[in-house]
Design a protein around this ligand. Structure first.
Ligand SMILES: Cc1cc2nc3c(=O)[nH]c(=O)nc-3n(C[C@H](O)[C@H](O)[C@H](O)COP(=O)(O)OP(=O)(O)OC[C@H]3O[C@@H](n4cnc5c(N)ncnc54)[C@H](O)[C@@H]3O)c2cc1C
Length: 308
């Protein structure tokens, strides 16, 4: 690699290192897992027309917080998105546009208009990362969606707020997909090889809804085991988005007044047992229990009633 390319990689590496568990450090003080020594080229396109033709062994490099956190022996080239210089955030009369390369800290710093009643969700979801402010400065919103981990807090935020992904297809053209449909499972999504997530658009109307947030993890600052967001529109319709406890985001809408038993019944119908995620951060039965409990807390908060 050239000196510039090495500098880019080292910069990402240094930021990730600060957050990495000591167990990854060898006796020689070298973190073998993060030395991407199969990479022979790093491309720095500045426009869409400069994007290289996708070949096996390529990967988009956004913040690099995951890419540099474990071995990627199948990769030979990184396509760095930094020089595309997409404006991180853009507010129009109808949407908040979030570039895929917007970092968590840029999103967290957004000064939101007072009428965006759902704005607190932004800070709450940024803080739902199992990560420090150092990861925040590097990790991107798009990288979080494309990782498609159940505990991806940017997935929780953007799916709850009716976000729509714009994808630059490798074959040319664009595709728009709601975030709630973009993530299809644990580390699975609708991207095909070489597709690039360009941005996520959040309707302003969704940002004006009243909202409620609940999150739980096994450890105080652990990875989310369940993260639920509810929102209420001006007609009193409740929308519940379940993430982290399930392998993909699941959204349930209740057009009219909803009581506790209707809520439980809808969750039981929409979230079958096979959809609950299992890993070291929580067993499926516990995640299911917490999903039902947090959903009821959200219903009671937004609809102002307590469970029978
Ligand atoms: C200490 C630590 C804590 C973490 N905590 C969490 C957590 O709590 N929850 C969580 O979900 N993740 C967590 N992660 C994983 C990861 O850091 C985040 O998911 C982060 O948001 C990834 O963003 P990034 O910009 O760094 O992505 P990168 O590492 O650059 O890329 C991640 C993947 O997405 C692809 N990609 C990136 N951008 C695009 C794009 N625009 N279009 C298409 N593909 C793209 C890359 O090719 C790669 O496969 C953590 C990582 C670390 C090191």
């Amino acid at each position: 690699m050239t000196a510039t390319r090495c500098a880019t990689s080292c910069c990402h590496l240094a930021l990730v290192l600060q957050d990495f568990p000591f167990s990854q450090i060898t006796g020689a003080g070298i973190i073998a897992a993060m030395d991407l020594n199969t990479i022979t080229a790093v491309s720095h396109p500045q426009t869409r027309s400069e994007l290289p033709i996708w070949t096996p062994g390529d990967a988009w490099l956004a913040g690099g917080t995951w890419l540099f956190s474990e071995p990627q022996t199948h990769l030979t080239r990184l396509v760095d998105l930094t020089d595309l210089k997409w404006p991180a955030l853009a507010i129009t009369s109808s949407h908040l546009g979030i570039a895929a390369t917007c970092t968590i800290s840029q999103l967290d710093a957004l000064a939101c208009p007072a009428e965006w009643l759902a704005a607190p969700l932004i800070g709450q979801c940024c803080r739902a990362f199992l990560a420090s402010f150092k990861i925040w400065k590097t990790a991107t919103v798009g990288g979080n969606l494309c990782m498609s981990l159940p505990a991806g807090p940017m997935i929780s935020l953007t799916s709850a707020l009716d976000g729509v992904c714009t994808i630059w297809k490798a074959s040319g053209g664009e595709q728009r997909i709601p975030v709630v449909e973009f993530v299809t499972g644990n580390q699975r999504n609708r991207l095909s090889a070489g597709d690039l997530l360009r941005q996520i658009d959040i309707p302003i109307a969704a940002l004006k809804r009243r909202s409620a947030f609940r999150q739980i993890s096994l450890a105080p600052v652990g990875r989310s085991a369940a993260l639920l967001i509810g929102s209420l529109d001006s007609n009193g319709a409740l929308k519940l988005t379940v993430t982290a406890s399930t392998v993909r985001p699941i959204q349930i809408s209740f057009p009219g007044p909803t009581d506790a038993s209707a809520l439980r019944a809808a969750i039981a119908e929409e979230i079958t047992d096979d959809l609950y995620h299992t890993d070291i951060h929580g067993k499926p039965l516990w995640r299911k229990h917490m999903t039902l409990r947090l959903a009821e807390e959200i219903r009671a908060e937004l609809l102002g009633s307590t469970s029978p």
